[in-house]
Design a protein around this ligand. Structure first.
Ligand SMILES: Cc1cc2nc3c(=O)[nH]c(=O)nc-3n(C[C@H](O)[C@H](O)[C@H](O)COP(=O)(O)O)c2cc1C
Length: 215
């Protein structure tokens, strides 16, 4: 049983990766082999619309682009569950995660009315989001609707509904005094980090357990 997490944050010591590592810990507690991939260590581009993956006699399910993402996309086919993680940038997932999803999703669908996915197996998945806004702001603005299309595509490709975790109001800097941050109350942010973030970590751990036991 192998569970792969993909970190779509350029930061390798902050909120998103912390939650992804908790999810992997949960999966490991159930005996899973685990791996974390940091997208921002890699050099790659999004889909270039070559349509090699859609050719009638072509290799469906394989992205023809050759760069650092090539081996990642191949490795994902060996996973029994995948956990995606991304901060919210400009109200959406990061460009690194978006480029990965363009290639992962598009290479695994063909323009067929009968075949929804050419992904080799049905597997479980999860998506962990971290963001500066509060839960109330997210609910009030309908922010979640922006994130639904890629969630639906992942569910379709992998053949199972995706599990979701949103972590709000994250603590962004190590030292707020160094930055212009009058929009936030550092005290409130620190309170949220101390009280809510550990709960989010537990939810991430539980997601990992749940993905592992439902393989
Ligand atoms: C370029 C950029 C854009 C951002 N845009 C948003 C945004 O639109 N909405 C939001 O809630 N947070 C936004 N944030 C804050 C991050 O989503 C938040 O701090 C997140 O937890 C960072 O994840 P990390 O700690 O794993 O890097 C933005 C941060 C950056 C660097």
């Amino acid at each position: 049983m192998k569970i792969i997490a993909i970190n779509g944050s350029p930061r390798k010591n902050k909120n998103t990766i912390t939650l992804l590592n908790k999810a992997l810990e949960g999966a490991k507690s159930q005996g899973s082999e685990i791996e974390l991939i940091n997208l921002y260590d890699l050099k790659y581009r999004g889909c270039i619309s070559c349509f090699a993956c859609k050719r009638k006699n072509g290799e469906h399910g394989r992205c023809a682009m050759k760069d650092d993402l090539t081996h990642v996309l191949e490795k994902l086919k060996t996973a029994d569950a995948i956990i995606f993680g991304s901060p919210i940038y400009n109200m959406n997932i990061t460009s690194g995660m978006s480029a990965l999803l363009e290639r992962f999703i598009f290479s695994n669908v063909i323009y067929s009315t009968e075949i929804p996915t050419v992904y080799p197996r049905k597997i479980q998945s999860g998506f962990i989001y971290t963001m500066g806004i509060t839960e109330k702001y997210m609910e009030d603005t309908g922010y979640k609707l922006i994130l639904k299309p890629h969630q639906d595509f992942i569910s379709m490709v992998l053949g199972n509904p995706i599990k979701l975790l949103y972590s709000y109001d994250t603590y962004q800097f190590t030292d707020y005094e160094k930055y212009e941050s009058s929009m936030f109350s550092e005290k409130e942010k620190a309170k949220h980090r101390d009280e809510q973030f550990p709960i989010d970590c537990q939810k991430a751990f539980d997601m990992g357990v749940s993905l592992a036991i439902n393989v």
